[in-house]
Design a protein around this ligand. Structure first.
Ligand SMILES: Cc1cc2nc3c(=O)[nH]c(=O)nc-3n(C[C@H](O)[C@H](O)[C@H](O)COP(=O)(O)O)c2cc1C
Length: 203
């Protein structure tokens, strides 16, 4: 499947075969692909919590509006991010590069993030969005269906997965063998509303 085909074929699927098992190797391939997603300064904010414990899956479903795909899909990945990744030994994000590059980049990271809490937060969401889509496209290319989700109680999810201080939960991605076709695509806005040239019209 080529990239455009995977993009077109990926749909939010909500009914799954609960007996299908994704192998560890397949899941590892998908997560490795997700880890190829870009992140600002290569900070790699994302943390992928693969929920394997069936009891924990049931608990998470309870705080996610009882959405069946939380337990029925073969895999549940809670995509989180470390808001403080920018200050966690940042030279390591350039390991393998010359020392002067490592030091220069660590300095740039500090000056970009320090004291700018909104940037620290926004960057986590940019990274998680890109990683989530990459994960779903990899799943699609491998013959699986998926659904991104944020219909859940963030605080409750954080408690259930022991979310560390200064980390945030971005979304769930469920992956599995879908048992129903995607709903027809509806409500797509016209290109003229969402694709602009140069700038927004003057108010
Ligand atoms: C951030 C985000 C949160 C979403 N949360 C849920 C959710 O909690 N449950 C669900 O079934 N679908 C959820 N969706 C899926 C959307 O409803 C779906 O992507 C949208 O209707 C477009 O359909 P498509 O992905 O098949 O094109 C979510 C999607 C995004 C991007």
């Amino acid at each position: 499947m080529d990239t455009l085909e995977a993009i077109r074929n990926r749909r939010a699927i909500r009914a799954y075969d609960p007996n299908h098992r994704i192998s560890d190797a397949e899941l590892h391939t998908m997560l490795s692909a997700a880890r190829m997603a870009p992140s600002a300064f290569n900070i790699q904010h994302c943390r992928f919590v693969v929920v394997r414990d069936p009891e924990l899956r049931r608990e998470l479903r309870k705080v996610a509006w009882d959405q069946a795909h939380v337990t029925d899909a073969s895999a549940l990945v809670v995509i989180c991010a470390d808001r403080d990744a920018w200050k966690d030994n940042p030279t390591r994000y350039f390991n393998g590069a010359p020392d002067d590059v490592k030091e220069r980049m660590a300095g740039l990271i500090k000056s970009y993030y320090e004291g700018r809490e909104w940037v620290q937060q926004d960057e986590t969401m940019r990274s998680c969005g890109l990683a989530g889509q990459t994960l779903m496209l990899a799943a699609t290319a491998m013959g699986y269906q998926s659904c991104p989700m944020d219909g859940f109680d963030y605080d409750a999810v954080g408690r259930l997965i022991n979310l560390p201080e200064n980390h945030v939960v971005a979304m769930f991605v469920v992956i599995g063998k879908g048992t129903e076709a995607a709903l027809p695509r509806v409500g797509k806005l016209p290109d003229s509303e969402v694709i602009l040239t140069d700038r927004f019209p003057a108010a």
